[in-house]
Design a protein around this ligand. Structure first.
Ligand code: GLN
Length: 314
């Protein structure tokens, strides 16, 4: 292993210790009641390199739900199912600068088309494009895709978290019905069925190692170096990583691009999937969130590592 890898491995305990206290300034998401129960102090990380070398730190085995991180993969699956033109007829390519569940800009681009696939409105539109003859079949296809990407067939979704979100999803329901009114969700689409698939894929349960494996495939343009095969079209991976950079950390994406400068996607359960292009896949978890819905300690850890290792792509 090279010098940088040894440096990361030896520095990790100190970085974790330095970043963990930031969790005190945040708290786990409470608007999905089941997520509020997460341990605030948890902080874990996995880094995975193309030769299979792995660095695990802290609570890297802690299981959590992907939440918005799943949106990167539902976008990829929708692109595979429908192609670029059909997907971008339903969703735009621009960051919003607003909260991830905001309604503010829904009327601003073409009639009601959400700005990008990583905000809730855009992700719900994308979920409606994924093939499947029933919500159960669509959920199963998404699960199969996640299992392939994570290299683990035991991955499933947490039904308690999915139901907890469904029971309180007044805002997502509003967004989805608004999309239907604007024909972004098409006339034949059953809004509640699309939402049930959306809640299920947000509730897919992983640990840092799974995210690192998924990230490694993105880092290598869709090629899985561990299975030695191309899993995804390079072009679609390029699109996904660009969205991660411009929109992946919600309305803190600009700041994260300046401070860390690598593609990343966060979720409200405290997970972050990060990619060091051509090098590593990284999974991070820390359930205490900042105002924008990003893991406080997790962001701090990634920013620290990126500066120390000079990872910014710019
Ligand atoms: N399931 C969550 C929601 O729709 C995902 C949001 C997130 O992780 N930002 O609100």
């Amino acid at each position: 292993m090279n010098d940088q890898w040894r440096f990361i491995a030896s520095s990790m305990p100190q970085w974790l210790e330095d970043c963990r206290p930031y969790a005190h300034n945040g708290s786990p998401a409470a608007y999905i009641p089941e997520l509020a129960k997460a341990p605030k102090e948890a902080l874990g990380i996995t880094l995975l390199a193309a030769d299979g070398s792995m660095i695990n730190g802290g609570d890297s085995s802690f299981m959590f739900t992907m939440q918005s991180i799943s949106k990167v993969f539902t976008l990829l699956l929708a692109l595979i199912d429908n192609g670029e033109e059909a997907v971008f007829a339903k969703v735009g390519m621009e960051p919003t600068g607003d909260d991830f569940n905001s309604m503010l800009k829904l009327e601003l681009v073409e009639p009601g088309i959400p700005f990008n696939p990583l905000i809730n409105a855009g992700a719900i539109a994308v979920t409606s494009l994924i093939r499947g003859s029933s919500p159960a079949e669509t959920t199963e296809r998404i699960l199969a895709f996640m299992r392939l990407m994570a290299g683990d067939d035991s991955i499933g979704y947490n039904e308690t978290v999915s139901s907890s979100e469904a029971a309180t999803a007044y805002r997502n329901r509003s967004l989805a019905y608004f999309l239907k009114d604007n024909n972004v969700l098409e006339a034949h689409t059953d809004v509640e069925q699309v939402l049930s698939v959306y809640f299920n894929h947000c509730a897919i349960e992983v640990n840092c190692r799974h995210l690192a494996r998924m990230g490694l495939i993105l880092a290598n343009g869709g090629f899985d170096p561990l299975a030695n095969r191309q899993l995804l079209p390079r072009r679609y991976v390029q699109i996904a990583k660009t969205f991660m950079l411009t929109c992946g950390m919600y309305n803190a994406s600009g700041e994260f691009a300046i401070k860390a400068g690598i593609p990343a996607k966060s979720g409200v359960a405290g997970g972050i999937l990060a990619v060091v292009p051509g090098q590593y896949g990284i999974g991070v978890v820390g359930p205490a969130l900042d105002q924008r819905g990003n893991s406080i300690a997790g962001v701090r850890l990634l920013e620290t590592m990126s500066v120390e290792c000079d990872w910014s792509i710019f």
